[in-house]
Design a protein around this ligand. Structure first.
Ligand SMILES: [Zn+2]
Length: 219
């Protein structure tokens, strides 16, 4: 866990914590400052935020990788239909899982930050099935912010075009996800990856109020 960078407890920007002599010997609380949101907070809150953010991001990566493993490689016309015939500008070819995860996490930043702060937001991964055959076709990602921030939705769909090649469709706007996606997430939420029960346990723990920064007086 040592290489997990500390993050701003408000905006999740990666920050640098400068320790002073006094903070190292424990006589003064180490403080940190976030340039983008111009707030200062205790360094330990940034550590907590950093590791909580990292854990949620890793859980998402695990779920997405697992879901993609079970998704078929689709030929072009089938793929287009399965994604809901999206506008070409809203789709992107992505040549690796790493880049796919990074791109998705950037888009799902709001729900991710809220989860890391212990709010009731969600980031779900599930499959969309062919309505006629019932076969898995593409992977759906749905981020939802907490009710305090309006329960906004961020939808993305991923189709496989090769072993590690993907087409990512980012649903335009944040006005709301497609009904079929919301229904799929509701009916078939993907469980946390089986291979790491420790992650699931830590997720549970990070929901505890302790994850809310000590100095976090929002606004
Ligand atoms: Zn910040």
């Amino acid at each position: 866990m040592t290489d997990v960078p500390p993050r701003c407890p408000f905006c999740a920007n990666v920050i640098k914590v400068e320790s002073t002599f006094w903070s190292r010997i424990g006589l003064k609380t180490a403080l940190a400052y976030c340039m983008p949101c111009q707030r200062s907070f205790e360094a330990r809150d940034a550590q907590t935020m950093g590791s909580s953010f990292h854990q949620w991001a890793e859980l998402f990566r695990g779920k997405l990788a697992q879901a993609l493993n079970l998704a078929p490689i689709l030929p072009e016309p089938v793929l287009h239909r399965a994604l809901g015939n999206p506008h070409k500008d809203d789709t992107r070819l992505i040549p690796s899982l790493d880049e796919l995860v990074r791109t998705c996490l950037r888009h799902q930043r709001t729900p991710l930050i809220e989860m890391a702060r212990g709010r009731e937001s969600t980031l779900e991964v599930t499959h969309l099935h062919n309505e006629a055959t019932g076969d898995v076709e593409v992977v759906a990602i749905l981020g939802t912010s907490s009710s305090e921030s309006g329960s906004r939705e961020w939808e993305q769909l991923v189709a496989r075009t090769g072993l590690s090649h993907f087409v990512l469709y980012t649903h335009p706007g944040t006005s709301g996800a497609e009904t079929r996606v919301k229904r799929a997430v509701h009916q078939r939420p993907l469980p946390a990856p089986q291979h790491d029960p420790a992650v699931a346990a830590r997720m549970q723990a990070s929901r505890a109020p302790a994850a809310v920064p000590h100095t976090a007086k929002h606004r």
